[in-house]
Design a protein around this ligand. Structure first.
Ligand SMILES: [Zn+2]
Length: 378
């Protein structure tokens, strides 16, 4: 059993938009409790806030200033133009500091992975992939992934980023759209049906980075087999061609069928395979160097099961059959699934085979169109 480095801080819980907001820090608290209860060899590393300079490599000074002001005064002129004081990103006291702590955790996770201490690192937070350089968006104030990637770039690393959140990783893509040393790959529900409305196959990067933004927009209702087929058709080849030094993964769990905010229909069995493949690909392409952050995930029980499964995979351990009894007892009032005791959903069998074939064919033609765009770029 190898030691897994896990970056965390109880201060992540201060990234809190208030009661009723779907991006509740309660998920991180329950996850920290769950991962602490597992029979895994873990070295916990305390996160520290990133420096303002780390933020300013990614975000505009004017935007950071607005977040600082909103954190204390809660009112900022023209806040809405910067995505602040909106339904998705309401302002709250201490927002700047809480966001800097999340960014600092991701930056530290990236630094640890390339330091040679342990090649696999789990950041038990973050994944705020929608934040743009000049505005907050989609529950994301600052973009911790971009702060991590820019920190790795400053160390001379070539970085491959794979985003499996059900929403397009638009902020990370936009920030590195012209950087030839960053590959971004996002698999998500098509922007035709879901926020943020981007991530189409013709968004392929610009200039020297043409061909280095790769988007796999999937049809609503996509189930395990079609998702995994699309993953295999795209991800291994683009990663191998790019030859990165490190793989950064945004491990959003909101493509699960139980998620209330989106319409993909993955089971835990798909996540099991996706995590295995990402770790295998890192072993063969980056010498095993991989950092995973969290991301979206709004169904409590599936999200917790998926992210604790990821901890097992990164630690190189098989999943036990059941979740820890004491943890289930502590959090049972939040759990809705009838399979509450088990890591896995009962079955990944499609409910409607004809509909599944239609969706599979639609996804196959998306991959064909993506390939024709990428071939033209190369
Ligand atoms: Zn999401």
């Amino acid at each position: 059993m190898s030691t897994l480095l896990v970056v965390y801080s109880a201060d992540y819980l201060k990234y809190d938009f208030g009661p009723g907001h779907p991006f509740t820090p309660g998920r991180w608290e329950a996850l920290h409790d769950l991962v602490s209860s597992l029979d895994l060899k873990i070295e916990w590393v305390e996160s520290t806030p990133c420096a303002d300079d780390d933020l300013l490599r990614v975000h505009d000074g004017e935007f950071v200033e607005a977040v600082i002001n909103a954190s204390s005064n809660l009112t900022v002129p023209y806040a809405g133009f910067m995505g602040l004081a909106t339904g998705d990103v309401p302002t709250f006291k201490g927002m700047h500091d809480a966001s800097k702590m999340v960014c600092g955790g991701s930056l530290l996770a990236g630094e640890l992975a390339v330091s040679g201490r342990q090649k696999r690192v789990l950041q038990l937070g973050g994944g705020l992939h929608h934040a743009m350089s000049d505005r907050a968006s989609g529950f994301c104030v600052y973009n911790d992934l971009a702060v991590m990637i820019s920190g790795l770039r400053a160390k001379g690393c070539r970085v491959a980023y794979v985003d499996i959140d059900v929403h397009h990783g638009d902020g990370v893509q936009a920030i590195f759209y012209t950087d030839p040393d960053v590959l971004t790959v996002s698999l998500h529900e098509s922007g035709q049906y879901l926020f943020p409305g981007t991530g189409f196959v013709d968004e392929i990067g610009e200039g020297e980075a043409e061909g280095l933004s790769v988007n796999v927009p999937l049809f609503p209702g996509t189930t395990d087999d079609s998702y995994l087929e699309c993953f295999e058709a795209v991800v291994p080849e683009v990663l191998a061609q790019f030859e990165p030094d490190i793989l950064v993964v945004q491990s959003g769990a909101d493509a699960h069928v139980m998620d209330p905010l989106a319409h993909l229909c993955l089971s835990t069995h798909a996540y099991d395979k996706i995590f295995d493949r990402l770790i295998e690909l890192a072993e063969s392409i980056t010498g095993g160097c991989i950092v995973c952050t969290l991301g979206g995930g709004y169904a409590f029980d599936s999200t917790l099961r998926i992210w604790s499964m990821l901890a097992h995979k990164l630690a190189g351990e098989d999943l036990p059959e059941n979740l820890p009894h004491a943890w289930l007892k502590r959090w049972r009032q939040h759990i809705r699934s009838s399979r509450w005791h088990s890591w896995h959903d009962l079955s990944s069998a499609p409910e409607s085979p004809d509909r599944n074939l239609h969706i599979r064919d639609a996804n196959r033609s998306t991959i064909e169109r993506l390939n024709s765009h990428l071939i033209r770029a190369n």
